[in-house]
Design a protein around this ligand. Sequence first.
Ligand code: PLP
Length: 425
Amino acid sequence: MKFISTRDGNEAVSVSEAIQRGLAPDGGLYIPQKLPALAIGAFEGLESDREIAARLLEPFFVGDVLAGQLASICEDTYGFPVPLRDVGDSTKVLELFHGPTAAFKDVGAAFLAASLERLEANAEQPLTILVATSGDTGAAVAAAFDGRSGCEVMVLYPRGRVSKRQEKLLTCWGDNVTSLRVRGDFDDCQRMVKSAFADPWWRNNRRLSSANSINAGRLLPQMTYYASASLRIWRESGKKPDFVVPTGNAGNVLACLYAREMGLPIGRVVMATNENRPITQYLKTGEWKTFETKQTLASAMDVGDPSNFERVLYHWPDVDALRQQVSAVTVSDDTIRDTIRRGLEEWGQIWDPHTACAIVAREALESELAVVVSTAHPAKFPDIVEPLVEREVPIPEQMAEMMTRPKSVTEIESTLEAMMGIEKG
Ligand SMILES: *Cc1c(COP(=O)(O)O)cnc(C)c1O
C-alpha cells in the first residue's frame, strides 16, 4: 500500500515514510492511494482494540518495513480502556479520555511514538520532534514519547494561555522532552516551529519531524475505536450506529469516515463544531473559506483553518457528495454552558466542553442509535465545568499522579534564536 500527497498524486511513499515525513514535500497531506475494503467477517473472533487495530491497519502496512511489527505497535498503543457507555435508550458515549493526558489525542500520539521508536531504532542521530501546542496536543505527544529512545521532543506552548493542569501535563516529563514556555501566543509558537523547519542550522544539525495531527501516523490509529465500537454494537444488535464527533481540525471525524468507507457498520456521521465555522459554512454554501480563529470554551477545537480538511476535500471534492457523507452542527458558548449545566440532571453525566458540543448535535439528530464521541475528561477544564455543575470534578487517577511530579520548563522569548539557545545548550 502506498501513500500519496493530496497535491501531487504521482510521488508515492510507504506508510513508514509518510509517518516519518509528516507532511509531503509539496506541502500536501499524505493519504492512502486507495482505501482497502474489509468485510465485517474479517473481524470475526476479534474482540480487543489491539486485535481489531492490527487487522484493520494490516492492509496499510503490506510491504512496509514496519509490517512485521504492527502487532507490537498496536500492543503499545491500545493500552488503556475505551468504554462504550449507555446514557439513555438510544445513545451511547464512547469515552476516549482514559489515556495518560485524558484526551483522545493520546491514541494517535501513542501509535506515532511506537512507530517512530521502531523506525529510529538504528539511527545515528536522534529525531527531534517539534510541537507547538495550545494545550492538549503537546501533552499527548510528550506523554507518548517520554522515555522512548531515538526521539527527542521540544514542546512550545504560550505563557498564560493554558490552564494550570494543562501546564503541569506539558512540563512533567523526562530527559528527552524539553518544555518551552514562550512569551507569546500560540501563533508565535507555531511560527517558531515553522521557521526552524526552514532554517539552515536546524536542517543541517538536527533531524526534524513534527507530530501534529496531520501526520498519517496519528490519523490511521484513530479508525480503531470506530471499528471496535461499531462492531460491538453490530454484534449485539445488528444495528449500524450513527456517530457524532466533536470536530476542530477534522482528523478524528475523517478517521470515522475512513472506517465506514472500509466497510465497518457505521451509519450517519455528524460533526459537532464550536463557533469556528469554516466547515459548517462550507457544507452550507459550497464555498471553501477559512476564518480568523475564535476563542471558545471548547478550545481544542478553536481552528479557523482546519488543515486536515484538505484530505476531506481530496476524497470528496464535490460538496454535494460530501453532504451525503457527513453533516455538521455549530454550537455556541452559551449552548455549551447550558448543556454542561443540565448534563447531570438530563444525562447523569458531567460533560467537558468538547463533548458538550456533540451532545447538542445528538439532541438535534433523529437517530435510533447514536454514539457520542467523548474526546476529553471534564477534569481537564475545571474552571469551566465546576461552576456550571456546582461541584468538584475528581481528577482521573493517571492524571493525579502526574500532578505530583516535579515541573521542568524554560521560559523563552518568541524567537527562533531563543529556541536555538536552548538546543545548543
Ligand atoms: C483536538 C481535540 C478535538 C478536535 O479533534 P480534531 O481531530 O482536530 O477535529 C476535540 N476535542 C478535544 C478534547 C481535542 O483535544
